[in-house]
Design a protein around this ligand. Structure first.
Ligand code: ADP
Ligand code: MG
Length: 678
């Protein structure tokens, strides 16, 4: 293109723009209407408008702050332009009688309407022609000016007239949808009078056309991975030594039918030579661990190793102890590998992994570090997968890669993902859902209570613990800093200890060494502590069945899914449990809605759906996962009604027009190759 040198090319590349098509797919984030000059007499505060007028008065005033005020009028009214920063030379050009054309926000000032630092132009020839299209505003990056990008894109649109982009959806979209080229031409310069409202909300049919295409490309890229996976090979795993029936007979419970169904899915997957890639979703407490443990047992029974990864040491500790209880009596060697395992103990664990003796290896991300060498890793289980980055999953998978052989993968999450969303964001995974809690569980009674009732709550905790039960007190989330949060928790711990001298109060937070955390947690689980004061470190997975009361401070600051996870720590026994959400007034509208949802809903899927609506997909998918998707145009919340159509179109493309799939994916996901490998 004309005018693109190496420097500009580099800047463009940083925005993912390499070809003309990329530039065209970089859509405006908003528009400004500069197509008409608005009479000064009819302006309202809050409008962003183009005006013109004659300068009547220019003066520098010193009230509060030195500023240059220019009053312009057009016969219908007047407005003041206010500049806090201005140069001498600039001031001199703004003299009485010049005509100005300005664009800016109208606001109410001390003496009437004004604009602060408007864009302006001195009209020398008396008047100048107006543009007849809406002015697009593009997302820019440092070193790339709006003006420049706009001119460049205009050039690209001109090229489009002669060389249209291929419309891969042309045969599938209904007549009344705009074509790709119509949509692009429109969006880069909507004619005067276009529905600015729709455009600003991103819901104009042309925008929806582009969002649809991007989401189709997104889903297809993951579907393609799936197809590629089908062609790679894994070790088939079957229970050759008939260990599963033995385990079943030793379990203190029977699996729920939802667990059985999920287990069937998994066991039939891993029995084949196609690597499994399955997402196991199940609400907190639905019993995913035992299902995973049985899969690991089958792997051991078949003579292979399993890597079982969890995001925190505490959770590893818990899984380790469960797996030992369940599998060791059957002669299975279970080992644990975390950062806390050091020195000779570590060497011993490492060599047993390398020799293949260790059949099930439970660990944190320490599992995929250098020096961990599996002999025959055939199954990889990732718990609370949204806590891991894609890179981490990739690394562990590479550990299991032996020539053409890939490990089977089971990823688990307690943050349920609405189905259609999962079909876009996790289109590379098959999905099983445990939608039933083990019998006898009572739903947790949730109350929302203002901070002022804290003293009564402290008494309630006392009564609760006197009756031989245990409680959690989850501490304020002040900022995204473990140091500050941990200090705050320590503070609350001291207070509660003073207020409740007859109770054994423990403290657990993210700044403690993992051994300390384990010790405290174990004491709590064994009943040695009545009250556990904690930061949100207890959020994932930890299981203490006698704890049936949870207080959560500053609950208004937490995401729905997070609250739901926290609450899942109670209600694990057969007794009715309670969760009290403390909040600081005043509550924002959204915070009120959120707390209402969590009080009224115990279904994790509904919670996730609401979270998605209220806070966006980052919250539901985990920022890392959502960020990985690199969506340019589409917005998973705003465009969620498109998702069923996205699924239909992409499946149809794969079937009827397979040759269109790769170029379509390339158009939209040029930078996302990392994701493609997982
Ligand atoms: P999550 O799905 O949240 O990871 P866990 O696997 O930690 O849940 O299970 C929660 C608790 O329920 C554990 O104590 C587990 O032993 C128990 N559990 C699992 N399945 C059943 C079942 N079918 N009946 C009774 N208790 C079960
Ligand atoms: Mg769990």
């Amino acid at each position: 293109m004309k005018g693109v040198g190496p420097k500009l090319a580099e800047n463009l590349l940083r925005m993912g723009v390499e070809r003309i098509g990329d530039l065209l797919c970089l859509l405006p984030i908003r528009y400004e209407d500069r197509t008409e000059i608005r009479p000064l007499g009819g302006l309202k505060p809050g409008e962003k408008v183009l005006v013109e007028g004659e300068l009547e008065l220019a003066e520098v005033v010193f009230r509060h702050r030195r500023s240059l005020l220019c009053r312009i009028s057009d016969g219908t009214g007047a407005i003041v332009l206010r500049f806090f920063h201005f140069r001498k030379a600039q001031q001199q050009t703004l003299s009485r009688g010049v005509r100005l054309r300005c664009f800016g926000n109208v606001r109410a000032g001390p003496t009437g309407l004004e604009m602060i630092h408007p864009e302006y132009k001195i009209l020398t020839a008396g008047s100048e022609p107006l543009t007849n299209v809406m002015t697009p505003i593009y997302p820019t990056t440092e070193g790339l000016q709006q003006q420049r990008l706009r001119r460049l894109t205009q050039q690209a649109v001109d090229i489009l007239e002669h060389v249209p982009l291929t419309d891969y959806l042309r045969d599938q979209l209904p007549e009344d949808w705009p074509t790709l080229n119509q949509a692009l031409r429109f969006l880069h310069g909507p004619p005067q009078g276009s529905e600015l409202d729709l455009l600003l909300h991103g819901t104009h049919p042309c925008q929806r056309r582009m969002a649809l295409e991007e989401l189709v490309a997104q889903r297809l890229s993951l579907r393609q991975l799936n197809i590629r996976r089908m062609r790679s090979r894994a070790t088939p795993l079957k229970d050759v030594n008939k260990l599963v029936p033995q385990l079943r007979s030793q379990l203190p419970f029977v699996l729920t039918s939802a667990q059985e169904t999920a287990l069937d899915d998994i066991l039939s997957d891993i029995a084949t030579v196609v690597p499994m890639h399955r997402l196991l979703q199940g609400d907190v407490g639905s019993g995913k661990t035992i299902v995973a443990a049985i899969a690991a047992l089958v792997s051991a029974s078949a003579g292979s190793q399993t890597g079982f990864m969890a995001p925190t040491e505490l959770l590893v500790e818990q899984h380790f102890s469960n797996l030992c209880d369940w599998l060791r009596p059957l002669g299975i060697e279970v080992v644990r590998l975390t950062g806390a395992v050091m020195g000779p103990a570590r060497s011993k664990v490492l060599s047993s992994i390398a020799a293949g003796q260790a059949q099930v290896v439970v660990g944190t991300h320490a599992l995929f570090q250098q020096g961990v060498q599996f002999r025959k890793l055939a199954l990889m289980i990732v718990d609370e997968q949204h806590r891991f980055g894609v890179h981490q999953r990739l690394k562990l998978k590479q550990k299991g890669q032996k020539g053409v052989l890939s490990p089977h993968q089971l990823v688990m999450t307690a943050t349920p993902i609405p189905r259609t969303l999962a079909m876009i964001a996790y289109a590379d995974l098959d999905c099983s859902i445990i939608d039933e809690l083990p019998p006898g569980r009572q739903p947790v009674q949730t109350a929302v209570v203002p901070e002022s009732r804290r003293p009564q709550l402290v008494q309630r905790v006392l009564a609760h613990c006197r009756a031989g039960r245990q409680a959690y007190w989850v501490c304020p989330l002040i900022e995204e800093s473990e140091v500050v949060d941990s200090q705050a928790a320590a503070e609350v711990g001291r207070e509660l200890e003073l207020a409740l001298p007859e109770l054994a109060v423990g403290l657990i937070h993210g700044r403690m060494r993992s051994q300390e955390k384990d010790t405290i947690m174990r004491r709590f689980k064994e009943g040695g502590l009545d009250l556990l004061v904690a930061t949100t470190v207890i959020e994932v997975g930890v299981d203490a069945t006698n704890a049936s009361l949870m207080i959560i401070e500053n609950s208004e600051r937490m995401g729905l899914s997070q609250l739901h996870q926290l609450r899942g720590r109670v209600g694990r026994g057969s007794e009715v449990s309670s969760c009290v959400l403390l909040y600081k007034s005043p509550l924002s509208e959204v915070a009120q809605q959120r707390l209402r949802v969590i009080r009224e809903t115990s279904d994790g899927f509904l919670v996730a759906q609401k979270d998605l609506e209220l806070r966006g997909p980052g919250e539901v998918l985990g920022t890392r996962q959502a960020g990985i998707m690199h969506l340019k145009v589409a917005d998973l919340v705003r465009d969620s009604d498109l998702l069923p159509q996205v699924i239909k179109l992409s499946d149809e493309l794969l079937e009827k027009y397979p040759q269109r799939v790769s170029p379509l994916i390339r158009r939209w996901t040029s930078g996302a190759t990392e994701y493609a490998k997982v």
